[in-house]
Design a protein around this ligand. Structure first.
Ligand code: ASP
Ligand code: MG
Length: 478
């Protein structure tokens, strides 16, 4: 059994924290300098494993370059090559000591060469292979990890860049790979614990991992948060800190509600709910690894490090009235289908949801109503064409013979979702929300609440969304 860092002699009680810095937090020399300052401060009292994203915009550029290469034209990706080299070089020039420059510039040049080789391959093949794409699209993380570790060394800290392919073991679902936790735990501990023991700060590439055979994979767009929680769970860390460019999780989108404020604490389930319905907290799958081990996650602002941020925990202290935050999805459509008296509701629902399943579409809200076997559900506007085509195909005969009511689509709908674990068992909450909307003259088109009472969803016209969010926010004094 491997000794845990936090229990190792001489370092007793030093907490272990995984800190992830997103693309904007490592977006320039100035920002990377900020990261070094944050780490200088926190490594005084904690062992820290760093996870970095690519410099802001780099991943998009890499993916674009790959696509252009596969179209057979060299000019555009050669431009990206220059850009990639220039951005990283610029940071190295500004922040690295002469000794670090001597060792790191050739490594960055090698990484750019790797980009070039991959793009040449795509140009030649007129095709992008999924493996090639994952290796290429996560090169930005390799470069930023190389740079950040070198910056830390230049500022007198001990640090080493670590490629996550040495730690995170995944399945071979390229582009959106899933972690294999047990193997990841073993490899991560083997690779990182000795570094921590020697007082070295590991700077691990976000976003990427590798199959059992060692082939590079990626964890899906925005996957560096996931990298951080996977490593946090693998190391049994005390906390995971996600450094981003907002002050924390808010009671509502501040663009809709200027009075929105930061929530000091939310539960894992509330965070998942908020993310599912559009609030950019953390991708729901990101929370799974830490949720099982009850490891708290902090959302913090690297542009404003003195702000405490939001703590995501197993059981949040929920002082207030029940509703904790409001989120909304703007571009939704409501689809209504009726089984008439010809087919039963379960049969209708089974066939409709099978279509959604086949098209890999998720629903935002579902309701059943009336004796006429009416099923109503909301999806993202962008998914409509695929879903409509599939439903029309599957119900072609019934629609022809008028057994199943034509599918009705109501466009320009917004789903407003109130979230809070404390709503459970508290009567009168939906009444107050209804009242607030009613007084503003806002019509509720459909609504849903699950028995977990974690959230209540309302469908309203898109044009009413802002007022709906504002009035509920006001009603509950959020
Ligand atoms: N750089 C990757 C992306 O942009 C991963 C991340 O930033 O989390 O998707
Ligand atoms: Mg990013």
């Amino acid at each position: 059994m491997m000794a845990k860092v936090k229990e190792s002699p001489g370092k007793s009680k030093r907490p272990l924290i995984v800190m992830k810095f997103g693309g904007t937090s490592v977006g320039s020399a100035e920002r990377m300098q900020g990261v070094a300052e944050i780490l200088r401060e926190h490594t005084r009292h904690a062992d820290v494993v760093v996870v970095v994203s690519a410099m802001g915009g780099a991943t998009n550029m890499l993916i674009r370059a790959a696509t252009q290469a596969s179209e057979g034209t060299e000019e555009p990706w050669k431009g990206s090559r220059q850009e990639l080299a220039r951005r990283h070089r610029e940071v190295a020039d500004q922040l690295l000591s002469a000794a670090e420059q001597a060792s790191v510039l050739p490594r960055l040049a090698e990484q750019v060469k790797h980009f070039e080789d991959l793009c040449s391959g795509f140009t030649l093949l007129r095709e992008i292979t999924p493996r090639g794409m994952d290796t290429l699209s996560s090169l930005g993380e390799v470069m930023s990890a190389t740079l950040v570790a070198a910056i830390l060394r230049s500022s007198g800290l001990k640090s080493e860049a670590v490629d996550a392919i040495e730690c995170i073991v995944t399945d071979d679902n390229f582009g959106n790979a899933g972690p294999l936790f047990e193997e990841t735990g073993v490899k991560t501990q083997e690779r990182l614990l000795p570094l921590l023991k020697r007082g070295v700060i590991p700077v691990v590439t976000g976003f990427r991992g590798a199959t059992r055979e060692g082939v590079c994979t990626t964890l899906g767009r925005g996957g560096s948060d996931f990298s951080a929680t996977i490593l946090g769970a693998a190391l049994d860390a005390d906390e995971v800190w996600i450094w981003t460019d907002v002050d924390g999780v808010m009671t509502a989108d501040p663009r809709l509600v200027p009075e929105a404020r930061i929530l000091p604490e939310v539960s894992y389930r509330e965070a998942i709910e908020l993310s599912y319905f559009g609030a950019k907290v953390l991708h729901p799958k990101t929370i799974q690894p830490v949720m099982q081990k009850k490891i708290p996650v902090w959302i913090k602002n690297s542009f404003n490090p003195s702000c405490p941020g939001t703590k995501i925990v197993h059981a949040a202290k929920n002082g207030q009235s029940g509703i904790k935050a409001i989120t909304s999805v703007k571009d939704a459509v409501l689809i209504t289908m009726s089984g008439r008296n010809a087919i039963s509701f379960p049969q209708l629902a089974a066939r409709v949801f099978n279509c959604l399943y086949l098209e890999e579409v998720s629903t935002l809200m579902v309701t059943q109503s009336s004796a006429d076997n009416v099923l109503c559900f909301a999806i993202h506007q962008a998914d409509l064409p695929r879903v409509k085509a599939e439903l029309e195909k599957v119900f072609e005969l019934e629609m022809l013979h008028d057994y199943v009511g034509v599918l009705e689509v109501m466009p320009k709908v917004a789903i407003v979702v109130t979230v809070g674990e404390n709503m459970k068992g508290t009567p009168g909450i939906s009444g107050r929300a209804f009242g607030a909307l009613g007084r503003k003259g806002i019509n509720i088109i459909a609504m849903a609440q699950g028995s977990s009472e974690l959230s209540i969803s309302f469908a309203v016209r898109s044009a009413d969304m802002k007022d709906a969010v504002k009035s509920v926010h006001e009603e509950f004094h959020l």
